[in-house]
Design a protein around this ligand. Structure first.
Ligand code: ADP
Ligand code: MG
Length: 764
C-alpha cells in the first residue's frame, strides 16, 4: 500500500518522476560502473537522438544579406554628411586624423543607423594579447537628471575609451602607476552589429603609447609595406600611389558533439585529448575528405555562413577535411587588416553558433594525436590601387618583370628572415602539428614549382652590368615573356611546403588554426617591406652611380637576389626525413619547439628591424616575448595537471577495478579446477600482470612529472622556465599516455571512463 502511494505520488509530477528515474538508474548502474563511465554512457546516449537543427533559409538571397549589419561605405554615405564621409575616407586611404567635429558627425550617424536596427549598446572591440577578442558594452541610454533620458554617443566615445582592462597580458608594459590602457577607433575596419551591440573595431594602447594588442603592429607593418611596395611598383607604373596587402585565410576546425566533448575533462580544459587510443579506423581510407557533408554539420555551416554574410565576412567555400569530423571554411580574400578582424570575428561566431547546434568547435592545432591537425593557411599577396595583383604574372614582358620583382623579393625576404617567420607561428599547440608528417615542417622553405624554378635558373645567368640589346630581347621574348598569364593551372601543388607559391599569391601554410593571423601577417609584411627597400636602394644606385638603364639595373639586382636566396627554395617532399638532413646541410634552422623558436624575436637584428620600420620598440617586442613564453608555460603546466589527474584518478582506479574482476575469475577457476587451474587462467594471469606493469609505469611517471614541474616552477627567468617545461616536463606526457592507452586496450569497454576516439570522431 505504501509503495502504491509512493508510485502514485511520483506519477503526479513528471519532474519528480524523471529525477527519480535518473537517480534510480544511476544507483543501479553505478553499482557496476564508475561515475565517469556513467557519464560516458550518458553522453553517448544523448547523441543518439540528435537531429540537425532546422535552419530556415532567410527569404533574402545571400547577396542581399551581405553586410546588412556592417556600417559600410554605402551605409556611411547614406547616414553621414559629405564632410564627415570624406574625413573617414581620408583616414582610411591616407591615414589622416579625424577632427572632433567630424568624429561627432560619424558617431551620430553610427548611432542613428544602429538604433534603427534595434541596437541598445556599443562596445570598443579589440584584440588583446591573449590572441582572442575583447569587448565591454555600454548602453547608449543616459538619464538627463530631470526624470527623462536620451540616447547618447558622441565623437569622444567613438574615438577613445578607457576600459578597465588591467587583467589582459601586457608583459610588464603597464606598471601599476600608469596602468591605464586606451582603446582608439580604427576607421579602416568598419563598425558592425552583433546581436544588439554596435561593435567598433579599435586598437588597444597603453597610456605611454605602447601597443597592447595585435592590431597596432599589424597596422604599422601594413603602412610600411605600402610605402615600400608603392615605390617599387612605380618603376613599372607611375600611377600607382598605394599598395595594400591582401589576405585570404582558410580556417580548419573539428566539430564534436557537445555531450561527448563535455564527457572528456581534457577536451573541456585543454581543448585537446591528452590520452586515448586511436580508433581502428582513422583517416586512412581518406573517405571523409571532400565527402558529402553530414546533415547536422551542414546545418551548422549554413547557420554560421548566414551570420558571417550579415557581418560582411565573405565566406565562400566549405568542405570536409582529411580527418574524421574535421572541416574547413574559407572566405574571399580581403585587405589584410580587415581579413584579420574577420577571422577573429569568425572564430568567435564559430563557438557561439556551435552551441546552438549542440556541437563544440575545436580550433586547437592538434586535438587528436594520430589524425591530422588543423591549420589556417594564410594566402597572401600585394595589390595596387590601380587594380593590379603584384604577384600575378601579366600579359606583357613589362608586367611580368614587375611580377618577378615582387616574387623574387618575397623569396629573398623569407630567406633572410626564415627564423622570424617561424617564430611568428610558434605556440605550444602548433608544436604538435609542425613536422608531424601531415603539416608543413618547422623548417621554413619556399616552393615555387617547376616552371618558375626554370625561369629563375635562366635569370641567374643574366650578364653582370648592362645587358646587350640581343640579350634583352631574348630575355623579354623567351623567358620573362613566356611566363603564362594564368599560372594557377601551371603551378604544381606541393602540399608539404610551409610557404608555397600558388599561381598568384603565396600561401603560408604553417599558421595554426587557433592563431590570430596578425602575428604572421605583421612579420611577413615587415620583412618583405624591408627587402623591397633594400632592392630599391640597390636598383637606384646602379641607375644613378653606374648609369645603368632601369631594366638592366632591375635584372642585375634580381640576379643577385636569386643567387643569395637559393638555399631557401625546395621543391621536394617537405615531410620526408631526407629534407630534414638536406635542410641541415643547407644551414636552415629547424626549431621544433616554441621556446627555441621564439628566441630570435628579441635578437639584436630583429629588434632593430622592428624599430627601423616603426612597428614596435624594444619594450613592445620584449613584452610580447615574455607573454608568449608565459602562455607556453601555462599551457604545458595546465596540461600536465590534467593528465596527472586523469591518469591517477580515472585510469588507475578503473584498471584496478578490472584487475579485481580478473583476480576473482582466477580464484574461481582455482576453486573449480584445483591445481589444474593455470591451464584455464593463463591468459587472465598474463593480463593481471600487464595491467600492473602499466599502472606502475603511470604512477612513477606522474610522480616524476610532478617533481619536474615543481623544479620548473622555481625557475625565475621565463625563457629558462619555458625550456624546462618543454624539455623536462612535456616528455612525460607521451610516457604516461602510452601506458594509459595500452590499458584502454586491455580494460573492459563497459568500465572505461573516457569517451573513446571512435565515439568522439565518428559520431555526428
Ligand atoms: P586552396 O588553397 O584550398 O586550393 P585556393 O588556392 O583556391 O584554395 O584559395 C584559397 C584562398 O586564397 C581563398 O581564401 C582565396 O580568397 C585566397 N586568395 C586568392 N587570391 C588571393 C590574393 N590575391 N591574395 C590573398 N589571398 C588570395
Ligand atoms: Mg590552401
Amino acid at each position: 500500500m505504501q509503495i502504491f502511494k509512493f508510485c502514485n505520488f511520483l506519477t503526479t509530477n513528471p519532474l519528480i518522476f524523471t529525477t527519480f528515474v535518473k537517480i534510480f538508474k544511476y544507483l543501479i548502474i553505478s553499482k557496476h560502473v564508475k561515475v565517469m563511465a556513467f557519464i560516458r554512457f550518458e553522453a553517448l546516449k544523448s547523441t543518439f537522438d540528435r537531429k540537425p537543427v532546422v535552419i530556415t533559409e532567410p527569404t533574402e538571397r545571400r547577396s542581399e544579406l551581405y553586410a546588412i549589419n556592417v556600417f559600410t561605405h554605402t551605409t556611411m554615405n547614406h547616414f553621414m554628411t559629405k564632410d564627415a564621409y570624406n574625413a573617414v575616407m581620408d583616414a582610411i586611404d591616407h591615414g589622416k586624423k579625424i577632427d572632433r567635429k567630424a568624429a561627432d558627425q560619424v558617431a551620430s550617424a553610427m548611432k542613428s543607423w544602429a538604433i534603427s536596427k534595434g541596437v541598445t549598446h556599443y562596445t570598443h572591440w579589440f584584440q588583446p594579447l591573449t590572441g582572442g577578442t575583447a569587448e565591454k558594452h555600454d548602453a547608449f541610454f543616459e538619464p538627463k537628471g530631470d526624470g527623462t533620458a536620451i540616447d547618447k554617443f558622441d565623437g569622444g566615445q567613438l574615438a577613445q575609451q578607457e576600459p578597465d582592462a588591467s587583467s589582459f597580458p601586457n608583459g610588464g608594459i603597464r606598471n601599476t602607476f600608469e596602468a591605464r590602457g586606451y582603446t582608439a577607433w580604427d576607421p579602416s575596419s568598419p563598425a558592425f552589429i552583433m546581436g544588439t551591440t554596435l561593435c567598433i573595431p579599435t586598437v588597444f594602447v597603453s597610456y605611454t603609447g605602447e601597443a597592447l594588442d595585435n592590431k597596432v603592429p599589424l597596422l604599422r607593418a601594413l603602412h610600411s609595406i605600402d610605402d615600400a611596395a608603392t615605390e617599387v611598383a612605380k618603376y613599372f607604373d607611375k600611377n600607382v600611389s598605394k599598395v595594400i596587402s591582401t589576405l585570404g585565410w582558410e580556417q580548419e576546425y573539428f566539430l564534436i558533439d557537445s555531450s561527448l566533448a563535455a564527457s572528456r575533462p581534457d577536451l573541456v580544459m585543454a581543448g585537446r585529448v591528452l590520452l586515448g587510443h586511436e580508433a581502428a579506423k582513422g583517416q586512412q581510407l581518406e573517405d571523409h575528405y571532400f565527402g558529402s557533408i553530414p546533415e547536422r554539420v551542414l546545418s551548422y555551416m549554413r547557420d554560421l555562413e548566414i551570420e558571417c554574410i550579415k557581418l560582411g565576412v565573405p565566406v565562400k567555400t566549405r568542405h570536409n577535411e582529411v580527418a574524421p569530423n574535421q572541416f574547413e571554411l574559407a572566405p574571399l580574400f580581403e585587405e589584410a587588416n580587415l581579413a584579420v578582424d574577420h577571422n577573429s570575428l569568425l572564430m568567435d561566431l564559430m563557438r557561439k553558433v556551435a552551441s546552438r547546434h549542440h556541437f563544440v568547435v575545436l580550433l586547437h592545432e592538434k586535438p587528436f594525436a594520430g589524425v591530422n591537425g588543423s591549420g589556417k593557411h594564410n594566402n597572401w599577396s600585394l595589390a595596387t590601387d590601380t587594380g593590379v595583383n603584384l604577384l600575378s604574372p601579366g600579359k606583357t614582358p613589362k608586367s611580368n618583370l614587375q611580377f618577378l620583382t615582387f616574387f623574387i623579393n618575397t623569396i629573398k625576404a623569407v630567406h633572410d628572415y626564415d627564423d622570424l617567420l617561424r617564430a611568428s607561428i610558434a605556440s605550444a599547440n602548433n608544436d604538435h602539428r609542425l613536422g608531424a608528417n601531415e603539416a608543413p615542417p618547422a623548417i621554413m622553405s619556399v616552393f615555387i614549382g617547376k616552371h618558375l624554378s626554370s625561369v629563375l635558373d635562366e635569370l641567374e645567368h643574366v650578364t653582370d652590368g648592362s645587358l646587350s640589346p640581343e640579350e634583352k630581347t631574348d630575355l623579354k621574348l623567351n623567358i620573362v615573356g613566356k611566363i603564362p598569364e594564368i599560372l594557377l593551372d601551371n603551378t604544381d601543388r606541393n602540399r608539404t611546403s610551409p610557404f608555397a607559391f600558388t599561381g598568384n599569391k603565396f600561401e603560408f601554410r604553417a599558421v595554426g588554426s587557433s592563431a590570430n593571423c596578425s602575428k604572421p601577417m605583421t612579420v611577413l609584411n615587415m620583412i618583405v617591406s624591408e627587402q623591397l627597400r633594400k632592392f630599391k636602394k640597390e636598383v637606384d644606385s646602379l641607375i644613378e652611380d653606374k648609369g645603368m638603364k632601369k631594366d638592366d639595373a632591375i635584372f642585375n639586382v634580381l640576379r643577385e637576389l636569386i643567387k643569395s636566396s637559393k638555399r631557401i627554395r625546395f621543391e621536394g617532399d617537405g615531410y620526408s626525413q631526407e629534407w630534414v638532413v638536406e635542410a641541415e646541410k643547407r644551414g636552415l634552422s629547424n626549431f621544433k619547439t616554441t621556446p627555441e623558436a621564439l628566441k630570435v624575436q628579441v635578437s639584436k637584428p630583429v629588434l632593430a628591424l622592428y624599430e627601423a620600420h616603426s612597428i614596435m620598440n624594444q619594450v613592445e617586442v620584449e613584452a610580447r616575448y615574455e607573454i608568449e613564453l608565459e602562455e607556453y608555460i601555462k599551457k604545458i603546466q595546465i596540461e600536465g595537471r590534467i593528465l596527472g589527474d586523469i591518469a591517477r584518478n580515472h585510469v588507475i582506479p578503473t584498471a584496478i577495478a578490472y584487475q579485481n574482476t580478473l583476480i576473482k575469475n582466477v580464484q574461481g577457476l582455482k576453486d573449480i579446477f584445483g591445481k589444474d587451474y593455470t591451464k584455464y587462467a593463463d591468459e587472465q594471469m598474463t593480463l593481471i600482470k600487464e595491467i600492473s606493469g602499466h599502472m606502475s609505469s603511470i604512477i612513477s611517471n606522474v610522480e616524476k612529472m610532478t617533481e619536474e614541474r615543481k623544479k620548473a616552477n622555481n625557475i625565475d627567468h621565463a625563457d629558462k622556465k619555458a625550456t624546462a617545461y618543454c624539455n623536462k616536463v612535456k616528455p612525460y606526457f607521451d610516457k604516461i599516455r602510452y601506458a594509459c592507452d595500452k590499458l584502454e586496450l586491455l580494460v573492459d569497454d563497459e568500465l572505461w571512463p573516457l569517451t573513446k576516439y571512435r565515439e568522439l570522431l565518428f559520431t555526428r
